[in-house]
Design a protein around this ligand. Structure first.
Ligand code: ATP
Ligand code: MG
Length: 642
């Protein structure tokens, strides 16, 4: 790796170290991870580094530690006790700043309250809260006493909430009276009440007062958070937790079907994310870290709560919508809190590209040092915009590939241990200790430039332990395609320099006239046209060709839909990818159906254009989006029939 090939602005980053560390890490992964685990404070050392009974791994069995202790107590011994742990900003402009010692007090009070409610080691606690500090407090308090949390995104419906609670059989539900979103109040307690009618396991509902609106409290079952924490002032010693005791259960976003209950361990998971957040985000004592994901997703678990707090960083939590009240809300917050590390998703970046640069220019973003991207591949167009308009051509972008299952980042640039030259759209290389490769259907490595499946050939500490109460699905979905090798379900390609390019989900491939094309590649080509802000590409079955390409596109501001534009877009696809990539149908819509975590639900659109039932939509963010897509589709069908 030559430093010279880096853009001028990035040359001050060291580059060589990464390769040496990576190579050495794979010689003996157990020795490697054992060294890394020593960076954490354990109450008792492990008996063994790894107990690998494929496909089940136990990392550091016998070791004892506590997540809440590592994230909070460990900072009280130094000056960090007075350091800001959480900068919180409500959508309505309210603010709260919490130091590590204040966080300690709150976590202890709530841990004590939970104990009084009878919550014990191993019990499940369901958390259904908006993005307020109590969300982090509830997670840490649950972990402190050895209970297992399951956070359910606060945008979910009562049915989605009830399903998840019933799967985990949680005894306590923690919610709020409401939350703010786009200036409106989301009636969380009302939704929770409806859900709890269907969840016999819930004994108590704890309610945080956030909006102050009128709600009904059921005598004997519902308790105010501020009341049950007031009565408790005493410290709750962090319970020593065995390394393989689950820290949490979290459901995946449901892009590909029914959400899966991912179970994460305590010791392996914390060791893993402790190290990778140092490598990927180069966390420093003065870092102000802002990850815009919701805590309801794994990104929020690892990147908002556990990793940055373990490192004693100051984190930013923002409650509301990114473009509310104006499209510069995020940039205003970066300026206000002097954010140094900013982590968001390609879908958000594309949304801001749509609004244009005028909103970023008004703010001083010079505190930023590293930018991150997660959730899907970032198309080069969006990468360059992010690099230029947010990072001021100064900050490396870490494109981080990972999954709920992996617990933390697996493939990404790692400025903390040596930045490699970046290529827009590539997640670059696997992190140390991650034996990733790209293979064909038989499990053989594919040559450079050929698409295959991304696999992980050796266990890693952050890996999930199983699917909750469904070891069979765990084995089948992830470990049966290639024996004892982790199958992630994503397409990938390595280029001649060995860079990894993630190419979307393997189950979303289109088969057109004998060619197999990934949706990601086609969508990236589509949005490289200046008129297109966002696109979803899917296949529609066709008697002769196998499948034809159907596109749903959202236009950038200032562009209007027309049949001339449709033709131009078809031409553009032909030119960028080839004649086989010519879309058969293009629909213009104002929004795409997405999961609550911001991912396009292509299967919903596919069902629509194939006149099939749309299936499970509990994780869909905005029901209108389907209606709109449906109208666009019906209209065209009508025109064709006439
Ligand atoms: P489900 O498994 O229920 O369909 P999901 O896969 O969307 O849900 P997550 O675990 O949150 O749930 O997302 C992981 C997936 O997101 C990856 O498998 C990959 O497809 C995509 N992804 C995440 N980060 C990146 C990235 N940097 N580049 C490319 N793809 C990414
Ligand atoms: Mg997945």
């Amino acid at each position: 790796m030559q430093a010279e090939s880096l853009p001028v602005e990035l040359r001050y980053w060291p580059t060589k170290r990464y390769m040496d560390i990576y190579k050495k890490s794979l010689d003996d992964i157990e020795e490697f991870w054992e060294q890394e685990a020593r960076n954490l404070e354990w109450f008792r050392t492990w008996d063994k580094v790894l107990d690998w009974d494929p496909p089940f791994a136990k990392w550091f069995p016998g070791g004892m530690l506590n997540a809440s202790y590592l994230c909070v107590d460990s900072h009280l011994r130094s000056w960090r006790r007075n350091k800001v742990a959480i900068y919180w900003e409500g959508e309505n402009g309210e603010q709260r700043t919490q130091s590590y010692s204040q966080l300690y007090r709150e976590v202890n009070q709530f841990a004590s309250a939970l104990q009084k409610l009878g919550v014990r080691d191993g019990d499940r606690v369901a958390i259904y809260l908006p993005m307020i500090p109590e969300l982090a407090v509830a997670m840490l308090a649950t972990a402190r006493i050895g209970a297992i949390h399951t956070v359910i995104f606060s945008g979910f419906s009562s049915m989605a909430l009830a399903d998840r609670v019933n799967d985990t059989k949680a005894r306590v539900l923690i919610t709020a009276d409401g939350g703010f979103r786009r200036g409106k109040i989301i009636p969380l307690k009302e939704v929770a009440d409806k859900a709890v009618r269907e969840t016999p396991s819930i004994e108590k509902v704890v309610v945080v007062r956030r909006t102050g609106q009128e709600i009904t409290m059921r005598e004997g079952r519902d308790l105010w958070y501020h009341e049950i924490t007031k009565a408790t002032t005493k410290d709750v010693p962090p319970r020593p937790i065995e390394s393989t005791h689950p820290l949490y259960i979290l459901y995946t976003s449901g892009t590909t079907g029914k959400p899966k209950g991912i179970v994460h361990s305590t010791g392996g998971y914390l060791t893993f994310i402790n190290r990778i957040y140092k490598w990927v985000f180069d966390l420093q004592e003065d870092s102000v870290y802002w990850c815009t994901a919701d805590v309801g997703w794994v990104t929020g678990h690892s990147s908002i709560v556990y990793a940055p707090l373990m490192h004693g960083a100051s984190i930013v939590i923002y409650e509301g919508a990114p473009d509310y009240p104006k499209p510069d809300r995020w940039w205003e917050l970066i300026e206000k809190y002097k954010v140094t590390i900013f982590y968001t998703s390609p879908t958000a970046i594309r949304m801001f590209m749509r609004y244009g640069e005028k909103w970023t220019k008004e703010h001083d973003l010079s505190s930023l040092t590293i930018l991150g991207s997660v959730g899907e591949s970032i198309n080069p167009e969006a990468w360059r915009w992010y690099f230029k308009h947010i990072g001021g051509e100064r900050c490396p972008i870490v494109d981080t590939w990972w999954q709920t299952e992996t617990g933390g980042v697996m493939i990404s640039p790692a400025p903390g241990i040596g930045l490699v030259p970046l290529k827009p759209g590539s997640a670059t290389f696997p992190l140390p200790g991650i034996d990733a490769d790209v293979v064909d259907d038989k499990g053989n490595p594919v040559p450079p430039g050929v698409r295959g499946y991304i696999v992980i050939k050796k266990p890693w500490p952050g890996m999930f332990m199983t699917l909750y109460k469904d070891a069979k699905r765990y084995k089948e979905a992830y470990w049966s395609k290639f024996p004892n090798i982790y199958y992630a379900g994503d397409y990938c390609m390595k280029d001649k320099d060995g860079y990894f390019w993630l190419l979307g989900r393997a189950d979303e491939v289109l088969k057109i006239a004998g060619h197999r094309m990934g949706t990601m590649e086609l969508e990236s080509a589509m949005v490289s046209h200046s008129a297109v802000a966002e696109a979803a590409v899917l296949g529609k079955s066709h008697e002769i060709k196998g499948e034809t390409i159907v596109v749903f596109a959202v236009l950038r501001q200032g562009y209007n839909q027309s049949s001339k534009l449709k033709d131009e877009l078809k031409k553009h696809m032909r030119k960028t990818i080839g004649p086989v990539a010519t879309p058969e149908e293009i629909y213009f819509v104002s929004k795409l159906p997405k999961t609550r975590s911001g991912k396009i639900m292509r299967r919903v659109l596919k069902a629509l254009v194939s006149d099939q039932p749309v299936g499970d939509t509990t994780t869909l963010a905005d029901k209108d989006s389907i209606g709109e897509a449906k109208r666009a589709y019906e209209e065209l069908k009508q025109v064709m029939a006439e």
